[in-house]
Design a protein around this ligand. Sequence first.
Ligand code: ATP
Ligand code: MG
Length: 569
Amino acid sequence: MEHNPANSNFIRNIIKEDLESGKRNHVITRFPPEPNGYLHIGHAKSIVINFDLADEFNGKTNLRFDDTNPVKEDAEFVQSIKEDVKWLGYDWDGLFFASDYFEEMYNRAVLLIKKGKAYVEDLSADEIRAYRGTLKEPGKDSPYRDRSVEENLDLFQRMREGEFGNGEKVLRAKIDMKSPNINLRDPVIYRISHASHHNTGDKWCIYPMYAFAHPIEDALEDVTHSICTVEFEDQRPLYNWVVAETEMESVPQQIEFGRLNITNAVMSKRKLRKFVEEGIVDGWDDPRMPTISGLRRKGYTPGAIRTFVRETGVSKGSGFVDSQMLDHFVREDLKLQTPRTMGILRPLKVVITNYPEGQVESLEAEINPENPEMGTRQIPFSREIYIEQEDFMEDPPKKYFRLFPGNEVRLKHAYFIKCENVIKDEEGNVVEIHCTYDPETKSGSGFTGRKVKGTIHWVEATQAVPAEFRLYEPLMLDEEPEAEVKADVADVEVKEDEIVEVEKNFLDRVNPNSLQALQGFVEPNMKDVKAQDKFQFFRHGYFNVDPKHSSADNIVFNLIVSLKSSFKL
Ligand code: ATP
Ligand code: MG
């Protein structure tokens, strides 16, 4: 796989030193998604970092589903995540589920209790919050903190057996209520949740919290470098505490990097789910979604996504990256591999009055002038063609070089035509243009008699294939939608009303014009296109055949990217 050592990546340096100093003799990384939604481009960053680093140091990368929260998780998401990782071009070594370790985790929690390092708490979530203190004030010990080991063992077992309702009790690590690091103020490590789990069914009604489960998962898999995003930085001391106190044999090292944020996109699965549930988009794979499946359906390529992610580098900071940078790499990737063709998005009929009625000729055109190996195609030409409405103006401004009464333009791959007459309906709308053509000016004939300033594209009308073109704009109006509220890593559940508050205002900023569908025509040689086929439509941009809505009767093309970019690398 392609590596660009020039890109800064401080994690690579840490791994290199670990191997050189003998601290490690092998490298294992992991990509640990929670199966509570579809992967997005931010996850692609984590995937590329983890797999590339292991690859570079002859190590291994596991795909591990961090499925410790039964209410939000689903087998559908497990399936889609596997597909997306593969599509991005990666193959995991081990495939694991955190839920397969529940028994092991339970035993480690029992070990903590026996060591006097964990206790069963009866306070409610709100009380726990109140007792925890703030950044300025130390926390207070819970009245249940000094329960005996025996009582704790008994209560924890009864929690497992289902004796208590949700929220009635939790298990907390006994660390330090006065620690300056709030994460160490006796974090909750187990909670009760009477809910069916996608993998373990109804076997469990207590589930480990992320902060407890994750280090154990890493250690059990002998992960050497546990790479995560910066919001976990303050949790690192807790991570290390769990590994040490549960007496794990293998000691992983947590390393944090800055999240990837992209302009005009929200990237939390919770918010993306909201788009799906509210019907704002057509599923998780809607081409406007920053999900991997959305980008795939829009027509982005895995190679372009990998290059983009690598070029953004690996650092501690998480600023916004301009979405145009991703588009730039998509164009670069598509330029040489996609066939070029002509399509009319907003048709206007042109009749070439001096072209013999009933005659159709076949013109030859290169499929991709930048890649001659792709060969040529045949395009029919006859008396009736379609052009773009915007390529004709009855009353043009200065410097308009396309069609207007009396003006001559070049039809790409065909002839010069001259506008002679404009046909209108009763309301004065232009319905048809009458032109004449000059047979001497055939493309490729070497005609040098005179020059024209405009070249426009067209499609022969009698054989044209109807097609729908879907044009997209970003879903979010804000260039930098407010960064993710990382509440779900806290040791107690986020309050529903907090979430609702966040979601209410981000939905207000959805772009109402993010999708525009146009009914036009494409060349007849396009009639057998298949899902995910990609083309460059002359003067318009790159398009992908929509895998969900395209059919033989109605071909649907999604705009991938336009041709022009103001982006400078
Ligand atoms: P979300 O809030 O979107 O659900 P998450 O962090 O909760 O994101 P996980 O399924 O837990 O999602 O993430 C799996 C891995 O992907 C984690 O290691 C996480 O840090 C990483 N990741 C998630 N979002 C980003 C991002 N925007 N940039 C880089 N890495 C990310
Ligand atoms: Mg999450």
